[in-house]
Design a protein around this ligand. Sequence first.
Ligand code: DAH
Length: 342
Amino acid sequence: MSTLEQKVGQIREEAMNALLGADGMDRLNEIRVAYLGKKGTLTAVLKGMKDVTPEERPKVGKWVNDAREQIEGRIEEIRARLEEEKLEARLEAEAIDVTLPARKQKRGHRHPNTIALEEVERIFVGMGYEVVEGPEVEYDEYNFTKLNIPANHPAKDEQDTFYITDEILLRTQTSPVQARIMEQGKLPIRMIAPGRVFRSDEVDATHSPSFHQIEGLVIDRNITFSDLKGTLDLFAKELFGPDTKTKFRPHHFPFTEPSAEVDVSCFKCGGRGCRFCKGSGWIEILGCGMVHPHVLEMCGIDPEEYQGFAFGVGLERIALLKYEIDDMRLLYENDARFLQQF
Ligand code: DAH
């Protein structure tokens, strides 16, 4: 046996031995390069052909090719096996156990303010009212003057106002939306205007510098105080239950005449008196009245031809009452443990 044939055999054995320990694609490639690559040991034999006699060359070529084929064959086998193992490992890792219980999706909850607002909107939309909005940054003129609250009027002090300039402020009430809608001159009007209002109040269980009101306004021919009473009585019954009674107490608001505050019979004790209604049997829920003729005039409506009523409800107050929450601060803290309950 020629030494060259032995050498090729040796290289093949070495390669095969090395392949026995090949446990990954990287190692497999290393071995391929070491033996079969351009600078590999087997390839080197071919490069030595120039020293071989022409008669011997075909034989040497055949030895080398046979060895190459064997090594390549083994490499291919191992590669296929490694691929298969990899696939199996992946299938195992990605297996889905369809018998596992599903993970619970956390769902958001509607804020009590939102629930209360949607309830109020549902009631008034059911009576044919439109829901409108006005700006939170408002002119003094709309927030006060056009509502019959002129400069130096004490009501301006009562509502501690955040002024931006002398004429521009954060609205202290949703009532300016009344003036804006009346000015548009499209009559009759049946609207509610929910929204955020601002007053420079200290935060406590019943106050916040930012809260929400819902304004109501009806303007038409032949509107009387009976319409106001009937509407708000129905509203109270829809909101707090059919047995709810209402009481209209005389009050004063600059933009309505006459004006009233409305109490509802305590829905906790039915009016007998309990801790909830502080023993009185009644709970105050809103302010209202017949739109002042001067307000109608300032907004371009002839008070001889048209009359109307208006009301203003505190949204937080409704939410606190309806859900028996005893501290308004809870509504603003966004504590998930609180919100979760709604
Ligand atoms: N704007 C009043 C307030 O913030 C509430 C109010 C009372 C609104 C009577 C009205 C109304 O429209 O007629 O205290």
